[in-house]
Design a binder for this molecule. Structure first.
Ligand code: ASP
Length: 329
C-alpha cells in the first residue's frame, strides 16, 4: 500500500544499498538518531528487502559478516527476526539468547568484558538488557556497532522503526493520523520509542492507561514540546471511534515490584470485537507482542488486526538496518 514503487534489491545498485545513509559502522541506541530523511531511507530499503525475500528468499549482501545476539532478557520476535534478517542477507549469527544463564555472565562477568569478548568474534552486537542505558554502556566499550534491542523500560528503537513502517504500509501515510496508545505506557519501552519517533510527524496522540501506568513525564514533555495535540484517558471507549491506529501493549509484569499492583491493573484494557465495532472501517490494531489477553483472539480475524503483519515487517526493517550498519566497512 506504499505510494512509492519498489525496486527489488536484486536490481538495485549494490553500492547504493550498502552505503547505509550514514549508518555504516554506527551504534543504534535510540530513536533520537533518526530523522524523517533517514527513516524514509530505511523504509525504502525495507521495502526492497521485502521484494528480495519474496522473490529470491535471500542474498549474499552480508556474506562474511557475523552478528552476535546477546539477550539478557527473554525474547522471541526480536531475537528470531535479527537472526532471520542476518541469515537472509547471507551473514551468520552467534546467538546468546535463551542461554545467558549458562554463559560466563552467570559467573559474574561484567557487561563491558562480555561485549569486549564477543566483538572479537563478530562485526556487530545486538543487545537486550534489563537496565535502562545498558546498550549505551556496551557501546562505550565495544569497537563494533551495538544495536539496542531493548534496555529495560528505556527504549526499543528497532521495534519503533518496524512499528512506524507498519503504520506507513497499512495506511499509506503517517502525517495526519490519530494514534492511540493503550496499556502500560509507563514501562512499555516500545511506546516510549514509538512516541518519540512520532513527534517528527504531524499526528494527534491519545494515551490510554491505568493511572499508575501513565506515560513518563520526560516522554510526554517531548510530545508537548513538539506541539503535538495530545490527551490522556483511562478508557479505550474515549478514543476508539476516532483512532486510525490503536497501538495496544502488555502490562509489563516483570517491571513491577508490588505484584498486588500488577494484579490490580493487568486486565484493565481489553480489545474485543464489540469494541472494534465502534472503530473506523480503515484503521489498524497493532501490538508489539507478546499479548497476554489484552487483545481477544476473536479480533485476529478482523482485517484491521495488523499485529502479525507487523511481526513480518520487523524482519524487513532489521534486514535494512543491518545492511546499513554493516554494509560498508
Ligand atoms: N516485545 C516487546 C518488548 O520487548 C513488548 C513486550 O515485551 O511487551 O518490549
Amino acid at each position: 500500500m506504499t505510494a512509492k514503487p519498489v525496486t527489488p534489491l536484486v536490481e538495485m545498485d549494490r553500492a547504493e544499498v550498502i552505503a547505509g545513509n550514514g549508518f555504516a559502522g554506527q551504534d543504534i541506541l535510540s530513536v533520537s538518531q533518526f530523522n524523517r530523511e533517514n527513516l524514509a531511507y530505511i523504509f525504502d530499503k525495507a521495502q526492497a528487502m521485502r521484494a528480495l525475500v519474496e522473490t529470491d528468499g535471500m542474498s549474499d549482501l552480508l556474506r562474511g559478516n557475523v552478528l552476535t545476539c546477546l539477550f539478557y532478557e527473554p525474547s522471541t520476535r526480536t531475537s528470531a527476526s535479527f537472526i532471520a534478517a542476518m541469515e537472509r542477507l547471507g551473514g551468520s549469527v552467534i546467538p546468546i539468547t535463551q542461554g545467558v544463564q549458562f554463559s560466563s555472565v552467570s559467573k559474574g562477568e561484567t557487561l563491558a568484558d562480555t561485549v569486549r569478548t564477543l566483538e572479537q568474534y563478530s562485526d556487530a552486537i545486538v543487545l537486550r538488557h534489563p537496565e535502562i542505558g545498558a546498550a549505551k554502556i556496551a557501546a562505550d566499550y565495544a569497537e563494533v556497532p551495538v544495536i539496542n534491542a531493548g534496555d529495560g523500560a528505556g527504549e526499543h528503537p528497532t521495534q519503533a522503526l518496524l512499528d512506524l513502517f507498519t503504520i506507513q504500509q497499512e495506511l499509506g501515510r503517517i502525517d495526519g493520523l490519530k494514534i492511540a496508545m493503550v496499556g502500560d505506557l509507563r514501562y512499555g519501552r516500545t511506546v516510549h520509542s514509538l512516541t518519540k519517533l512520532l513527534t517528527q510527524y504531524d499526528v494527534t496522540l491519545r494515551f490510554v492507561s491505568p493511572e499508575i501506568l501513565r506515560l513518563p513525564l520526560v516522554v510526554m514533555n517531548e510530545v508537548i514540546d513538539a506541539g503535538i495535540p495530545v490527551r490522556e484517558t483511562h478508557d479505550v471507549a474515549d478514543v476508539i471511534e476516532n483512532a486510525d491506529v490503536l497501538y495496544v501493549t502488555r502490562v509489563q509484569k516483570e517491571r513491577f515490584v508490588d505484584m498486588a499492583q500488577y494484579e490490580a491493573v493487568k486486565d484493565q484494557h481489553e480489545i474485543t470485537i464489540e469494541l472494534m465495532a465502534h472503530a473506523k472501517e480503515r484503521m489498524v490494531v497493532m501490538h508489539p507482542l507478546p499479548r497476554v489477553g489484552e487483545i481477544h483472539y476473536a479480533v485476529d480475524h478482523d482485517p484491521r488486526a495488523a499485529y502479525f503483519r507487523q511481526v513480518r515487517n520487523g524482519m524487513f526493517i532489521r534486514m535494512a538496518l543491518l545492511a546499513a550498519v554493516l554494509g560498508e566497512k
